[in-house]
Design a protein around this ligand. Sequence first.
Ligand code: HEM
Length: 521
Amino acid sequence: MATQQPTLKSFTKEEVAKHNKPGDLYVIIDSIVYDVSKFGAMHPGGLGVLLDPEVAGKDATTVFYGLHRSEILQKPQYQRLRIGQIEGEKQRIQSMLPGDLSRVPYAEPTWLTPEFKSPYYNESHRALQKVMRKFVDEVIYPDAQICEENGKRASKEVLQAMAANNLNAMRLGPGKHLHGRELMGGVVKGEKYDYFHELVVNQEIARCGGRGYADGLNAGMVIGLPPVLNFAKEPLRSKVIEEVFGGQKVISLAISEAFAGSDVAGLRTTAVKSEDGKYWTINGTKKWISGGMHSDYFTVGAKTDGGLTVFLVPRGEGVETKQIKTSYSTAAGTAYITFENVKVPAENMLGPEDGGLLVILSNFNHERWVMCCGSARSSRIIVEECLKWAAQRYVFGKPLLSQAVIRYKLAQMIAKVEAIQAWLENVTFQMCNMNYKEQSRNLAGQIAFLKMQSTRFAGEIADDAVQIFGGRGLTKTGMGKHVEQFQRTQKFDAILGGAEEVLGDLGVRQAMRKMPKDVRL
Ligand code: HEM
């Protein structure tokens, strides 16, 4: 509920109406009286609009919500403008508190909608969702708003809070690495953590409202650390894992190059073994490395004599990172990396010599599934934004929602997010019931198609959302800020982790491999 202030003075509408000129100016918004006498001169929308006879000294609730996000009135500098409340009236517009679920239809997936049931989620998933929602609202969201704008990486406080709650470890998915750990204050036991818990974590983090920031928030670890977890030898393995889980060190995956992206086999970075076999010398470049600017370790794919080999390369002599400016925030830490005669000990080899393709490919399913979780949730946020906007925005004297063409766009958007979430939950259920090998054998195609379709839909949703928001969908601040960011950044999901076309092709080729030889039309 919006902050009620019992000490506020009572006003009648007639009293407020007397304050309607420059230097003595009140407005009523949702029963609260604001003294904008001094603020008027600093108002970003100008003083003139506040002096309009329909606004000055009047109830301006409808016009206000047609032009501002409700969060504006929650800011301390604007709360100070409150001087009273209209006698006998109550606030009708409810603000969300940290941790709240949205009450807007389709703003939450069905399992979080009171009237619906789900076979997939138990009490521990629900408990985790509650603490994650509050954590994102209170800790991550405010930091994301600042960093997405100034381009700096997530603050130390956020990174430490994530490490303290074992969120880094949780983002690698279920497994022995979680056993015995206290997760988010103990709401779920490490031994019981499954892919639905991870889906909850991914979908809540996707609500942080900063797409570049989110990629800089250890997303590189989600893809860079599994090769260490699964293929490094002790004691290196435990050392690096504890450093990264504990938030002391950052790791990213350095595979793609200016020469080769989806074509992993075409990489040009080389690794040459020393004569005594004790170390390797790495030379080459890497491009579009998410989190690379922040990283202490890089999981690097390099060409070796008989194929491809993966190495853990610590930042040090010969390693240089340069910021790449992409269409989202530099908070992502996207880097161009050069390796010049970088020597790494033989113990830093991850997996077999010349067997790196398996090391890289074994990680792809999880990476893509994580991206589907994020894409589905980000698309849903846009549906909520559009539903609210269409209901509160008045054009030609009527809400935007009264136009059939707008309702049709909303119908398309809603159907898309519901379809993707349902498919995602089905795939997640299969992941919970298959071991790693079975997942690789059976789910690569499903996950590839799911990612292809999630990001295709996200593109269409972004397009419709901008049409609904108009110029505000192209404006970085104000009413359309989430829509603007989404239309500018949704393509990252369509490219990173495998382009839509490559994934679609992969899925069909996998299906063809399973085609029975003895079937005919
Ligand atoms: C306590 C009262 C008010 C406060 C604190 C306030 C604050 C703000 C702020 C912070 C912005 C810029 C933020 C953004 O880009 O969304 C803004 C823009 C604006 N405001 Fe207000 N405002 C108030 C009342 C009003 C009222 C009653 C009107 C009625 C006409 C109004 C008209 C506008 C307009 C036209 C803009 C520019 C919107 C745009 O660029 O799309 N404001 N206001």
